[in-house]
Design a protein. Structure first.
Length: 150
């Protein structure tokens, strides 16, 4: 086990556990934001329901997505560098996927902010499809972390 804990020492396992838990929160936020946007896209711009969806999406961004994204990266980089970042190719692939998923979050946040200003930049049907992106990334990232194929 000593070879797995690296510079984190005895904190390795608690930090890894925290990374996994916070990742659940992050992915949950990534599932809910596009779902909220689907509902917002179906109501008239400026209606009371539209205003409610604007507030809901802002809360998801502020309370779930932004804090969890920051913590996932801090904890994940700590675990990865302690594990032996240079020696584990699967970590590089997982890091790339996390970077792409972070970009997805940035794009979804920008869509939600444009929708809050009254635009509808993405069709409701497309939002439903984009809602599946976190599931695909979760499957790939968990598979990499469990199987460590390279």
């Amino acid at each position: 086990m000593d070879s797995l804990i690296g510079w984190l020492g005895g904190a390795y396992m608690p930090v890894k556990a925290a990374h996994i838990v916070i990742t659940f929160f992050w992915i949950a936020g990534l599932f809910i934001l596009p779902r909220y946007l689907v509902h917002q896209a179906s109501v008239p711009v400026g209606s009371p329901e539209d205003l409610n969806w604007r507030e809901r999406t802002a809360r998801v961004r502020r309370i779930i997505l932004t804090p969890s994204l920051i913590l996932v990266w801090i904890l994940g980089l700590a675990v990865a560098t302690s594990y032996g970042f240079r020696a584990a190719g699967w970590i590089h692939a997982k890091l790339l996927l996390a970077l792409l998923l972070s970009g997805y979050q940035g794009w979804m946040v920008s869509v939600s902010k444009r929708m809050a200003r009254g635009a509808r930049p993405v069709a409701e049907h497309s939002l439903r499809l984009w809602n599946e992106v976190p599931a695909l990334f979760t499957i790939l990232m968990v598979t990499l972390a469990v199987l460590k194929p390279f």
